[in-house]
Design a protein around this ligand. Structure first.
Ligand SMILES: [Zn+2]
Length: 194
């Protein structure tokens, strides 16, 4: 996992970032009470039309159906008070109960996409379990795909493109590990026949 403030990479849960001393308590002091949020998608900016919200929730439900261990949540906000969207999304992900900087949560496969419509910026946070599958490059690629839409203020298109990009990548990874497993089974079968 990576520090959302200084980008230092640390391999396991830590009480605070060894480089910049960022901790959840510091972020609590910065951001205050956890905002109201709903399953799949929360729009605190009020910029998303209702029909777009419905479509995006449907897409996120499809995601959950394809990857039952993973919940992909989206949080849209209108400006982050005294912080960046990556810090805010990181804090939200921790405080709404999935990934944790402090505790081991190795079986967590959830994702949170945070978008600051005011700044036209987004951040994608993943649970520890997913870090074994999705790389930092995958996350950057998924954000890059949506960047133009976010900059142009087309938030719903950006969200859709980002979710679809992650979905495609996870499908590829699932297929590759299936193929890997099949090769492994063949090798094992070959060894047994000898
Ligand atoms: Zn740091």
């Amino acid at each position: 996992m990576k520090c959302p403030a200084c980008r230092t990479v640390f391999s396991g849960p830590v009480p605070q970032c060894p480089t910049c001393k960022l901790s959840l308590l510091r972020l609590d002091a910065k951001f205050g009470a956890v905002p109201r949020h709903t399953r799949y998608l929360s729009d605190r900016s009020g910029r998303l039309p209702l029909r777009e919200i419905k479509k995006l929730r449907a897409l996120l439900r499809i995601f959950e159906k394809k990857f039952p261990q993973s919940l992909f949540s989206v949080f849209v906000t209108n400006g982050v008070p005294s912080g960046s969207i990556s810090e805010y999304a990181f804090w939200l992900a921790n405080r709404t109960g999935f990934s944790s900087i402090e505790a081991v949560a190795g079986d967590n496969f959830d994702l949170l996409l945070g978008i600051d419509v005011e700044a036209g910026m987004a951040a994608l946070i993943i649970g520890y379990g997913l870090e074994n599958y999705l790389t930092e490059d995958d996350l950057q690629a998924a954000l890059a795909v949506a960047e133009n839409a976010f900059r142009a203020g087309d938030v719903s298109r950006g969200i859709r493109e980002c979710v679809e990009c992650v979905m495609n990548r996870m499908r590829e990874i699932a297929r590759a590990s299936e193929a890997h497993k099949r090769v492994g089974d063949l090798v094992a079968a070959g060894a047994n026949n000898r």
